[in-house]
Design a protein around this ligand. Structure first.
Ligand code: WT7
Length: 654
């Protein structure tokens, strides 16, 4: 496939209807979809209520679909009780007990698979171990694990006893871990000695020890899975090997049935201030949307092998690894390591080896693999793949076309799924057996999701191509319930802008003449680096915490693989460094951010200046910094700048 071909068709209104063979076996056909839209439009609560009754196994039925009395703190399915782990495991045991639930591949090539019966037994043993350590419903438990089956087992075990998990991505640093433990008031951490990533061992237990050193009074127990095998420190009385904890435990554990609104998990995500937000999800509503989207969007059939490449540290790894696919009784693939280890064919080799049929990944991974050329994927047998998905950031049409042509044999459907940590599940997406897709558009909202695009006054924008705020007009079951410990921030962040009338996603978008949505990016000061949200403020706070830094401003610039690259403008205490000193300090600050926050947060560029460009009121002129970071011509008014020469410093020319 030549690059010219992509270039020349870029301006076309390309549209790709699903192939007939896909349509023939699709779970949702055109008529089904129309019926769902019609029902949701005619009777919103009836639509969600019926779906909830059909989809979830209830211990006790609910008596109210939606309670709007405390809006925007909406509640769903009041009066009902359920257990999410029961809904992911026990309901399948009779018919699918021997079916493979998880196919695992470690980075070093070790593989392992667990049937639904085996997975259930492991979940029960670990749930019993949690109980034996005194963990109860409502307790917060932090999970800081590599991508191994025990990460899913730990999540499911928490759900089984009604404990609230908070998974912290293994790539986050000790201090990020500590902040999340403290904010949640967690009683236990579940971790591992280490995990394999990119040929190295990520030392999770060492980071946990560092996080817990001199504080974190709420932590009573640390469960440690042996994975990487290196020597670690175990603290008497606090730390417990996973194997020892489950050794004498029964493989049966009666699930704790909880209220529909009982929190299932917290997941911390970046916002426009320095402090991550603990996004709180409720058991029933979350399970409902996670389950139906796996059926409708990924069209999972009994013989499918679904590989969502996301780590369980992100919401995608919750809804499309640990919960949703299991709720539908699917077989999933989990892979521990890096996409390009030991070489750029690893993803494709896993697809071939395990017969992956549905593959879901992020644009950043697609672009990185695309750069390596067509020969690598072409040397693997990818013929079993019948559906492709993408999530995390807007996908550029070139990458979309490559994905379709080279991985999708120029015929299989791609679902570009828009959603957020806050929405819990996919919201705007093609339905693979119905929608004629356009490269770069996430197409239409699902039935029951009342998305819209509005202007500054909250009026719906009808003219195609005009951008505005992406909002959701009605509550939906898997919406976040609040920000843990800070309901005021919940209201301010998501509802205040339009007087609580609709949920504000924080993205801008436009809608074409077919009613298809095109996401344009974030409105707030949030970066999207490799499909992960990072607050500019978070990176800035870490930079100024360094002893030599006086001030810092962070902005994003487009990056052809990661989507956005991070540019940091730094003012030091004392002299502005140049030459070798500037270089040394650049790498010191990059490492500092990696250690204090996360490796993915390391700035790509650091520029030192004597000052930052500010307005008269002292606000940093971010727009100007963005222009500079992109290497574009400055058209903004710079007359308020004290010293125009600093523009040259900021550009790195002086
Ligand atoms: C933000 C949410 C939801 C799982 C992964 C990220 C961006 C997400 C798309 C898409 C364009 C997308 C948005 C959104 N985003 N999916 N298909 N097209 N942009 O979860 O960390 O909560 O980030 O990711 O900006 O608001 P998250």
């Amino acid at each position: 496939m030549s690059d010219n071909k992509i270039e020349s068709i870029l301006n076309e209104q390309r549209s790709f209807p699903p192939p007939q063979e896909f349509i023939d076996s699709a779970t949702i056909k055109a008529a089904d979809l129309e019926a769902l839209y019609a029902k949701a439009a005619a009777d919103y609560q009836g639509y969600w209520g019926d779906l909830a009754r059909e989809t979830i196994h209830w211990q006790k039925p609910f008596n109210q679909v939606l309670d709007e009395s405390s809006a925007p703190n909406y509640t769903w399915f009041r009066g009902g009780t359920l257990n999410v782990s029961y809904n992911c495991l026990d309901i399948h045991l009779e018919s699918l007990g021997d079916k493979t639930a998880i196919i695992f591949e470690g980075e070093e090539g070790d593989t392992r698979s667990l049937s639904y019966a085996e997975l259930t037994a492991e979940v029960c043993r670990f749930a019993n171990a949690l109980k034996a350590s005194g963990m109860e419903a409502g307790d917060r438990i932090v999970i800081y694990m590599p991508m191994v089956p025990e990460a899913v087992i730990a999540m499911q075990a928490c759900a089984r006893i009604g404990a609230i998990h908070s998974v912290v991505f293994g790539g986050f640093s000790a201090s990020s871990l500590r902040d999340r433990i403290e904010d949640a008031g967690a009683r236990a951490v579940i971790t591992a000695d280490g995990g394999h990533r990119g040929g190295r061992v990520v030392e999770l237990k060492a980071a946990t020890d560092k996080a817990l050193a001199g504080g974190c009074a709420t932590i009573e127990k640390v469960f440690v899975l042996k994975r990487s095998g290196q020597e670690i420190n175990m603290q008497e009385g606090r730390d417990l090997w996973w194997a020892d904890a489950v050794a004498d435990q029964s493989a049966e554990c009666q699930p704790t049935f909880v209220d529909s609104e009982h929190p299932l998990f917290l997941l911390y995500t970046s916002g426009s201030t320095g402090k991550p937000k603990g996004i709180q999800h409720a058991a029933a509503g979350y399970l409902l949307n996670a389950k139906i989207t796996n059926q409708w969007v990924f069209d999972l059939h009994d013989d499918d092998v679904f590989w969502c490449t996301a780590d369980v540290g992100w919401v995608t790894g919750h809804s499309y690894v640990a919960y949703g696919p299991l709720a539908v009784g699917a077989t999933i693939v989990m892979y521990e390591g890096a996409p390009t280890y030991p070489d750029g064919g690893r993803f494709w080799s896993i697809c071939e080896k395990h017969g992956v049929t549905v593959f879901y990944t992020a644009p950043t991974a697609i672009r990185a693999l695309m750069k390596l050329g067509d020969e690598i994927p072409q040397s693997y047998d990818l013929s079993r793949i019948r559906l492709l998905g993408t999530v995390g950031e807007p996908i550029n049409p070139e990458a979309w076309m490559w994905y379709r042509q080279v991985i999708g044999r120029d015929k299989i459907p791609i679902v570009d799924t828009w959603w957020q940590t806050e929405t819990g599940a996919i919201m705007i997406t093609p339905i693979p057996g119905v929608t004629a897709t356009k490269p770069g558009s996430c197409t239409r909202p699902l039935p029951g999701i009342e998305a819209d695009i509005v202007d500054e006054n909250g009026n719906s924008i009808d003219s195609p191509e005009a951008g505005g705020y992406l909002v959701i007009r009605k509550p939906w079951p898997s919406m976040l319930r609040t920000i843990w410990g800070d309901n005021q921030r919940y209201i301010e962040t998501y509802w205040r802008k339009f007087n609580n009338r609709f949920y504000v996603a924080g993205d801008s978008a436009h809608r074409d003449a077919d009613g298809f949505y095109w996401i344009m990016g974030r409105i707030d000061d949030v970066l999207n680096v490799a499909g992960h949200r990072l607050g500019t403020m978070e990176v800035e706070s870490v930079l100024v915490a360094h002893e030599r830094v006086a001030e810092a401003a962070v902005v994003g610039r487009p990056h052809d693989v990661k989507g956005e690259a991070i540019c940091a403008y730094v003012v030091l205490k004392g002299e502005r460094p140049t030459g070798a000193e500037a270089e040394a300090l650049t790498s010191e600050l990059r490492n500092w951010v990696g250690e204090e926050l996360a490796a993915i947060a390391k700035p790509d560029d650091i520029r030192f200046a004597d000052n930052l460009p500010k307005t008269r009121s002292g606000k940093i002129m971010r727009r100007l910094l963005r222009t500079i970071a992109r290497g574009e011509q400055i058209t903004q008014d710079t007359s308020t700048l004290e010293d125009e020469a600093i523009l040259d410093q900021l550009r790195g020319d002086a």
